[in-house]
Each structure stands twice: as structure tokens, then as C-alpha cells.
Design a protein around this ligand. Structure first.
Ligand SMILES: NC(=O)c1ccc[n+]([C@@H]2O[C@H](COP(=O)([O-])OP(=O)(O)OC[C@H]3O[C@@H](n4cnc5c(N)ncnc54)[C@H](O)[C@@H]3O)[C@@H](O)[C@H]2O)c1
Length: 363
């Protein structure tokens, strides 16, 4: 017998999603779920995560959460895009083949542009090129195919802009010069972020579970210090903490021990549970909402829809500075944590601009 919890279906789990599509191609082993949360501002755009989920329920919950997050990210980034995301269930190292990716591409094509895909965990620009052999709605392609290349470049640039805006509010100047910044996770985004910080004159301390990632950063920037792990990093004397590894970086324990005045990093879903944003505020820590400051990657791949221009995308990503300042101002005006203010701004844009579709135009 199933408990009510176990029997929760798509409609109960989804939070206002428009469309959820299950795709199955038995011969290739493709099992995918595409979730479109909102198309109020345009087609849903979001990556395809290829991951060995323990079960279908986990995959479904992940794709519903992620697609909703994309609606908010695109709205706050000022893009004419909605929120969508997809997951392919399985271990990419074992089941990813040209045929499986192309089968997936045909399902994405069947949505006629309501959903555009891109890279995520377990998928790479070369995979997007394969998907694009069957489908017109693909971003994150290789440079050779007009793609934007590595999206971590503008993700890190955007995070740095958000951090500068937070520094302005906290210390009165938009710079990290002379500040101690702790970066947890120096993979693709973290490494680029360290470069911006070092160039700005910050004192940088890093950690990563992969010693090779730390070695690469220190080879480029010998002055960067390293500590053993994230536990040690969050307990050290910091002005800014930048989570750039996994989600859930900010839990009750971390918030209590942090000496940093600002948290601003690239990782998605940093708040471990609801209420952490308030705890941060109560401790006088300024939190720059993750989906606001890490939108540079989305801005970068979305630019492919206009024929990719790095300069244009960088110009758009630079505006993350203004958006961050606007969110902090709204938060203080309305007496709410910045995470709440960011949600309100995103929802306002989805409502106000989304409503315009109601003005009928001959198609
Ligand atoms: N790449 C992008 O454009 C982009 C865009 C938006 C958000 N993000 C988010 O930013 C984060 C980093 O993305 P990335 O592309 O740099 O990924 P990545 O895999 O290149 O880097 C992540 C790094 O974190 C390290 N790491 C993992 N667990 C750790 C732990 N417990 N403690 C310390 N280090 C740990 C890994 O060894 C790796 O070096 C992810 O949460 C990702 O979802 C990335």
C-alpha cells in the first residue's frame, strides 16, 4: 500500500508548472523528463541534466525544482525567456550514445520551441551538437557550431559583479580590494572567479575536494592560500564567502560560524532550507541570491539565439551589478531578506511583462 506522500503525482509536486513531458525510447535506453515551468516571458530555456537518479521520483522532483528556478533566473536577468529544464535518467558514462542523444533531440523538437535545451551536469557542448542534429531548439553548442562555448566564463563574471554591488552596500565602495574572500570549490566557475578577485586586489583563500583543482588555481595565482576543507574555510576570518561547489552550502551550522559579512557565490540552491535567508539577515550577513548572481551562464547561452556575440553577452552580464543593487535596495525598503526581494522582483516582471501577451496581435 502506498502512503499519501508516496503517491504524490506530478500535479501535486509541481508548483504551477505548465507542462511536464515524459520521453521514452526503449532501444536507446532514453528516459527523460522535460519540465516547462513558465512561458510567461518566452520559451523555457534550461539545461539537460544527465544523472543516475536513484528513482523516477527523485528525477521528477529535481526537474520540477530546477525548471521553476530557471523561470526566476531568466526573469530577474531581464531575458525574454521562461523557465524549463530537462533530466535524462541514467549514468552518462554507461548509457550516453549518439542515438540516445538524437532520440532526446526529437522529443525536444516535438515541443516546437516551447523549450530550448542547454548543457548541465553530465552534458557538454558536443552533446548539444548531437541533439541539434534532430532539433532546432538547442543552445550551449560548441564554438565550431556557433555556440557560446564554456558558460562558466560569464557565470564567474556575473558573480563578481554581484559581489562588487554587495561590497558597495557593506563597505561603501564597489571593490574587493584588501578584503579576504573564501571560495569553496574552484572548478570551472570558482577558478575564473578567483582570477577576477586577484585582479581586484583581494586576498583569496580557497578549498576544493579535488587537490588538482586547487593546484591549478595556485599555479595561475601563487599568492592564493588553500585550506583543508569547507568546514575550515567557513570558520576562518573572512569578509566574503563564495560557495562555488554544491547546493545546500548555507545550513544552520554554517550560518552560525561565518565571520563573513557577505555571501555571494555561483552554486545553485545555496540555502539548505527555508528560513536560512532570515537567519543570515539576523546575523547581519548580506546574502546575494544565488540565481541572481549566477545568471551569467544563462545570459551567455541565451545570446546564441541572436547569433552569439561575446561582447553583447558580457555587457548584459555586467548588469547583474545593477540588479543586485536594486534587490538590496528593495529588501531594505520592504524589510525582507534579499532572497525574498529577488523573488518579488522576478514575479513582478513575469506578471507585468507576461500580461502583455493578452494584447491580441494578428499572428
Ligand atoms: N558553469 C556554469 O556556467 C554555472 C552556471 C550557474 C551555476 N553554476 C553552479 O556553480 C557551481 C560550480 O559550477 P562549475 O561549473 O564550476 O562546476 P565544476 O564541477 O567545474 O566545479 C565544482 C568544483 O567544486 C568542487 N567540490 C565538489 N564538492 C566539494 C566540496 N564538498 N567542497 C569543496 N569543493 C567541492 C569540485 O571538486 C569542483 O572542482 C555549481 O553549483 C553549478 O550548479 C554553474
Amino acid at each position: 500500500m502506498t502512503t499519501p506522500q508516496q503517491s504524490a503525482g506530478v500535479f501535486e509536486l509541481g508548483s504551477g508548472h505548465e507542462q511536464v513531458v515524459f520521453c521514452h525510447d526503449e532501444p536507446t535506453g532514453l528516459k527523460a523528463i522535460i519540465a516547462i515551468h513558465s512561458t510567461a516571458l518566452g520559451p523555457g530555456l534550461g539545461g539537460t541534466r544527465f544523472y543516475p537518479y536513484a528513482n523516477e521520483q527523485d528525477a521528477l522532483e529535481d526537474v520540477l525544482n530546477l525548471s521553476k528556478g530557471m523561470s526566476y533566473k531568466a526573469a530577474l536577468a531581464g531575458l525574454d525567456l521562461g523557465g524549463g529544464k530537462a533530466v535524462i535518467i541514467g549514468d552518462p558514462a554507461k548509457i550516453k550514445t549518439e542515438a540516445l542523444l538524437r532520440a532526446y533531440g526529437r522529443f525536444v523538437q516535438s515541443l516546437h520551441g516551447r523549450y530550448y535545451t542547454a548543457c548541465d551536469v553530465g552534458t557538454f557542448p558536443e552533446d548539444m551538437d548531437n541533439i541539434a542534429r534532430e532539433c532546432s531548439y538547442v543552445t550551449g553548442r560548441t564554438v565550431a557550431h556557433g555556440g557560446a562555448g564554456d558558460s562558466s566564463v560569464l557565470t564567474a563574471f556575473g558573480v563578481f559583479q554581484g559581489m562588487r554591488a554587495a561590497a558597495e552596500v557593506t563597505w561603501g565602495a564597489p571593490t574587493l580590494h584588501g578584503r579576504t574572500v573564501g571560495v569553496a570549490g574552484v572548478g570551472k566557475v570558482g577558478h575564473h572567479l578567483v582570477t577576477h578577485l586577484v585582479d581586484d586586489g583581494a586576498d583569496v583563500v580557497v578549498t576544493d575536494v579535488d587537490p588538482a583543482a586547487v593546484a591549478r588555481v595556485q599555479a595561475d595565482h601563487p599568492q592564493v592560500r588553500a585550506v583543508a576543507d569547507t568546514t575550515e574555510l567557513v570558520r576562518s576570518e573572512l569578509d566574503v564567502y563564495a560557495p562555488c561547489a554544491l547546493g545546500g552550502a548555507l545550513d544552520d551550522e554554517v550560518v552560525q560560524v561565518l565571520s563573513a559579512k557577505i555571501v555571494c557565490g555561483a552554486a545553485n540552491n545555496q540555502l539548505a532550507h527555508e528560513g536560512i535567508e532570515k537567519q543570515l539577515q539576523d546575523r547581519g550577513i548580506l546574502y546575494a541570491p544565488d540565481y541572481m548572481v549566477n545568471a551569467g551562464g544563462l545570459i551567455q547561452v541565451a545570446d546564441e539565439l541572436e547569433g552569439f556575440s561575446f561582447d553583447r553577452a558580457k555587457h548584459r552580464a555586467a548588469k547583474i551589478y545593477d540588479t543586485t543593487a536594486q534587490v538590496f535596495a528593495l529588501a531594505s525598503e520592504e524589510g525582507v531578506p534579499p532572497a525574498v526581494a529577488a523573488d518579488r522582483l522576478a514575479e513582478r516582471r513575469m506578471k507585468e511583462v507576461g500580461r502583455l501577451r493578452g494584447i491580441w496581435l494578428k499572428g
